[in-house]
Design a protein around this ligand. Structure first.
Ligand code: NDP
Length: 452
């Protein structure tokens, strides 16, 4: 059977681009890639990258206050959102061009069109073109999931935050996950009066309880009106704003509302039924550990599979796919021990088990320290950093590490190397401290605060 391509990738985000590039440049495969929107996907265009730049932008308000307390004469003007936004979009344009250049250099043929499957080996583009491919990789990512309710269209999602013409004076953020909590901190830092509704008892469900409580406390101290156990009962347009009645009895008008209520896999209209590809309960493509679907020629990586919705994970799944399919070395990415960071302010870096998960599995010792960082304690701030290690009593291995502190994302990356290698608590202790730093606390916690 003649194929036009060895690999056809649908979706030009982190996973799709990496797979296309590696298959073409390193395995010599003939590769086509279709992207209906901007190249770079969620991470580059409307996720991690613009978000992190907004984290930086928003951190200067506090930094300027700190500078004044350290003795600098500081006259802070207001934050110029349009100026920041145009610089942000210039940067995103540059990154998009870089992605396109990389694909072109690797010899990948890019089709700027929507694609869908016609059968297990055929892709049809919106342009009407058809291609036959030996292998097809689905890397279509996900999109914000907005509750199906009256008035939902009055709110925006994280996709639109980066496109706002102006920042509202006040905003209601609905949700308690990564995006809701990060956006609450960012917008608060940029001077927006932020209210956050979370339906459960504590934000960041699934993360370490102590870290969650610490972050929520700091967010409140920083001025975010965080209301847990609270849902939107009614919402309606009122003037330029949105009137919201909350289940906590609140009734007020917000300048804008952000739904940060989760994301869903992009599997609609992809022709997956025609090709016989099996979907899961949340509409995700079901794959095995090699990212292969029930249709042998069709694979899927990244958010569309709803495993761990993280850019580096999509990239590693893509690389493993290329190893398996184009180099003949069956390779499965190990989803355990994936470190990560939530870019709240302060940041939260994590790797391994939460205390709650670890206790369920085996007897553990828990080491915790909570302290005022030197930089801010010096100027009388009350904010605290939290560091926590969860240690197996039997093997002495560090099973989990949780850090809530400035630059926690940077610290956890390195802690993850040691923990991934199976480091024991005694090996942490044997490592000489770097002084004076925040991270030295990770190697100087002597006695467990509790055992379980
Ligand atoms: P999450 O799944 O993290 O959070 C969704 C939140 O919305 C939860 O608090 C959930 O509540 C709540 N929710 C869901 N449905 C409703 C509803 N109908 N009404 C009210 N609340 C609701 O999703 P996000 O969109 O925040 O992020 C998606 C994924 O993207 C993350 O899981 C993460 O993998 C990735 N991401 C990673 C980042 C990073 O690495 N720093 C940053 C941003 C995103 P409940 O807890 O009760 O279910």
């Amino acid at each position: 059977m003649a194929f036009d391509y060895d690999l056809f990738v649908i979706g030009g985000g982190s996973g799709g681009v990496r797979a296309a590039r590696l298959a073409a440049a390193e395995a010599g495969a003939r590769v086509g890639l279709a992207e209906a929107d901007r190249m770079g996907g969620t991470c580059v265009i409307r996720g991690c990258v613009p978000k992190k730049l907004m984290v930086y932008a928003s951190s200067f308000r506090e930094a300027l206050r700190e500078a004044a307390d350290y003795g600098w004469s500081v006259a802070a003007g207001g934050f110029d959102w349009p100026r920041f936004r145009s610089r942000l979009h210039a940067e995103l344009d540059r990154l998009e061009r870089a992605y396109r250049d990389t694909l072109a250099r690797a010899g990948v043929t890019v089709h700027d069109a929507r694609a869908e499957l016609e059968d297990p080996h055929t892709v049809r583009l919106a342009t009407g073109e058809r291609f036959r491919a030996r292998h097809i990789l689905l890397a279509t990512g996900g999109r914000p999931d907005v509750p199906a309710r009256e008035g939902a269209e009055l709110g925006i999602t994280s996709d639109e935050v980066f496109l706002l013409d102006r920042l509202p004076e006040s905003m209601l953020i609905v949700g308690g996950g990564y995006i809701a909590s990060e956006m609450a901190c960012i917008l608060n830092g940029l001077g927006v009066a932020v209210t956050q509704f979370y339906r459960g008892a504590q934000i960041l469900r699934g993360f370490d309880d102590e870290a969650r409580g610490h972050i929520a406390g700091t967010m409140r101290e920083d001025g975010i009106d965080l209301r847990v156990g609270t849902e939107v009962l009614e919402l309606a347009r009122e003037g330029a704003g949105i009137r919201v009645r909350g289940s906590d009895g609140s009734d007020r008008v917000y300048g804008a509302l952000l739904w940060a209520t989760g994301r869903r896999p992009n599997t609609d209209g992809l022709g997956l039924e025609a090709a016989g590809v099996r979907l899961g309960r949340r509409g995700e493509v079901v794959v095995d550990r090699y990212s292969q679907t029930n249709v042998p020629s069709v694979y899927a990586v990244g958010d569309v599979t709803n495993r761990l919705q993280l850019t580096p994970v999509a990239i590693r799944e893509a690389a493993a796919f290329v190893e398996t399919v184009f180099h003949g070395r069956p390779t499965a990415f190990d989803h355990s021990l994936v470190p990560g960071a939530v870019f709240t302010q302060p940041e939260y870096g994590y790797v391994g088990l939460t205390e709650e998960e670890a206790r369920e599995r085996e007897p553990v010792e828990v080491y915790v320290t909570s302290f005022r960082p030197m930089r801010t304690a010096f100027i009388g701030r009350s904010e605290r950093a939290l560091m926590k290690l969860i240690v197996s009593r039997a093997s002495r291995r560090v099973l989990g590490c949780h850090i809530v502190a400035p630059e926690a994302g940077e610290m956890i990356q390195l802690a993850a190397v040691a923990i991934g290698m199976g480091a024991t608590k005694e090996q942490f202790d044997a490592t000489c401290a770097v002084h004076p730093t925040l991270a030295e606390e990770l190697v100087t916690m002597r006695a467990p605060v509790r055992t379980a």
